[in-house]
Ligand binder design. Structure first.
Ligand SMILES: [Zn+2]
Length: 504
């Protein structure tokens, strides 16, 4: 634990978000659980935005029509009304549902009082839009005849949806204070006192969280009637349109960092180097392996660099493949053991044999597979009767372990696991590619289908291919051509000048 703490201090998260650090998750079976989830079912959250915000909708609407000073004075007016009322114990819950449950006389009296401020009354006319508003008849009787303004409603819900926003905190303060002055909330005096001067006196950094946690803590004890909050979200969904969330444009129309011509040129250089270093027509598992990996990586890169592919799903699969080859090659060049190269190659031949046998005996080969090719790969080095079929990985270790052994664990963490979600088609990737967030706050930031252009993979792919070429050059010196050379020229010239300057 102490080690984790130190590590966290040294490496604070870049986003600065207050959340459970990866290292503080607890491993339970095959899951990593954050602190809250470790509590299991013991804690059920009552959600401010889903359930309680619709109940405090009238306060949220008042919250956005004027500045905070107006709002606080308007909220204080309501708090004083309750605290001075002879029936104050009945007025502790002034939620939309709570108001509807007041005796008719008391409800009428409160609504007349609340709507006596013309600014408040005019803003609240938007409540008329809801057919299922509890005690709608009473509201309609006292609301003015001005046209409802849907923008006010959207702003109110949008500003109050994040449960810690200033707007939400003000509404939650009002709700809490009504319970305090009505005598329904009991807490130590030193805790409650600062709430009376909110938000003008005292250290707001501690007062605001104390308001929010008490407002939240009070709720699980009350049997919740969710009819109105459910109706509110349903009616909002049915009667208002989805809005496209316009984010800052990220189509910087960047020029491609590496073109197909550059890749072709590099491939030609590599073929020349292959010829120079090729010494035997016998089986050379290492030479075939090192160059084969580099050629395969270049072919994958050439496909990725096609317009439209570089920002798509398949490019991510390609990137993952290049990384996997990079880790294998690094491991093999570090070990520098001809028998290991042979094992790596035989594994591939075994895979060809396994598939050839399946298509020969069990199932039809699909159109894209040429069984003759599989047969010949299976048998070209050794008579196939001598080839064992390895059902696990070629090295006996999974890629994660192999990356650790090869000193590439950080590359694995950088490139492998997220790109795997595209390969497996799991929710994270599906969410990113196929859905957009709706910009209508009345729709609670739901997702709607929209095809997205993903960010470009080409630069990352070039970096990994360069790593492969570094290992190739080490195994068969020396091969100096690299990708992204043009982009780096400025930097290396600067470095050269710097080195020269130091020498002088
Ligand atoms: Zn929507």
């Amino acid at each position: 634990m102490a080690r984790n703490k130190n590590k966290r201090k040294k490496n604070p998260s870049k986003s600065g978000k207050n959340r459970t650090a990866l290292l503080d998750h607890k491993k339970v079976g095959s899951e990593l659980q954050p602190g809250f989830a470790q509590l299991g079912d013991k804690l059920t959250f009552s959600s401010w935005s889903n359930e309680r915000l619709p109940e405090m909708l009238w306060a949220a609407i008042i919250r956005v029509v004027q500045n905070q000073d107006f709002v606080i004075s308007e909220f204080r007016r309501v708090i004083s009304y309750v605290s001075e009322h002879s029936n104050k114990d009945k007025l502790s819950d002034l939620s939309i549902t709570g108001i509807s449950k007041l005796d008719e006389e008391l409800r009428k009296e409160f609504l007349v009082f609340l709507l006596s401020n013309p600014i408040t009354a005019s803003a609240l006319t938007v409540l008329k839009l809801f057919k299922d508003l509890p005690a709608r008849e009473s509201w309609l009787k006292f609301l003015p005849s001005t046209e409802p303004d849907l923008n006010i409603l959207m702003a109110a819900v949008g500003m109050c949806l994040p449960h810690q926003s200033q707007e939400a905190t003000d509404c939650r303060w009002l709700k809490l204070m009504l319970m305090v002055v009505a005598g329904k909330f009991h807490a130590p005096r030193e805790m409650v006192e600062p709430w009376f001067n909110y938000p003008y006196e005292g250290d707001q950094r501690s007062i605001r969280p104390s308001i929010r946690s008490c407002e939240m803590a009070f709720n699980p004890m009350v049997e919740q009637d969710l009819t109105w909050s459910n109706n509110f979200w349903n009616e909002s969904w049915e009667s208002t349109p989805c809005l496209e969330l316009v984010t800052e444009s990220n189509d910087k129309s960047e020029e491609s960092c590496c073109g197909i011509e550059e890749i072709k040129k590099l491939r030609q250089e590599l073929e020349k180097h292959w010829k120079k270093t090729h010494s035997t027509t016998g089986i050379d598992a290492k030479h075939d392996g090192v160059f084969g990996i580099a050629f395969y990586a270049l072919s994958t890169l050439a496909e990725i660099s096609s317009i439209g592919v570089n920002t798509g799903i398949l490019a991510r699969l390609g990137l993952r493949t290049i990384l996997e080859m990079h880790i294998n090659l690094k491991y093999l060049t570090l070990k520098d053991d001809l028998q290991l190269w042979s094992k790596w190659r035989t594994y591939g031949a075994g895979q060809a044999k396994l598939n050839a046998l399946k298509f020969d005996e069990l199932v039809e080969a699909p159109k894209f597979i040429n069984t003759d090719t599989l047969e010949s790969i299976a048998g070209e080095d050794l008579w196939e009767e001598f080839i064992n079929i390895e059902l696990g990985s070629w090295s006996g270790a999974d890629l994660r372990k192999l990356s650790d052994k090869a000193g590439l664990k950080s590359s694995y963490d950088q490139y492998y696991s997220w790109s795997s979600t595209y390969s497996h088609g799991t929710w994270g990737a599906i969410r990113e590619v196929c859905f957009n967030t709706c910009g209508n706050p009345l729709h609670r930031l739901h997702r709607y289908p929209k095809e997205s252009v993903l960010s470009d993979t080409l630069h990352d792919a070039c970096i990994l291919v360069n790593e492969i070429l570094n290992d190739l050059s080490q195994a068969y010196p020396s091969f100096n051509a690299r990708l992204l050379e043009e982009n780096n020229k400025g930097g290396s010239e600067e470095l050269e000048t710097l080195i020269k300057a130091q020498i002088v």
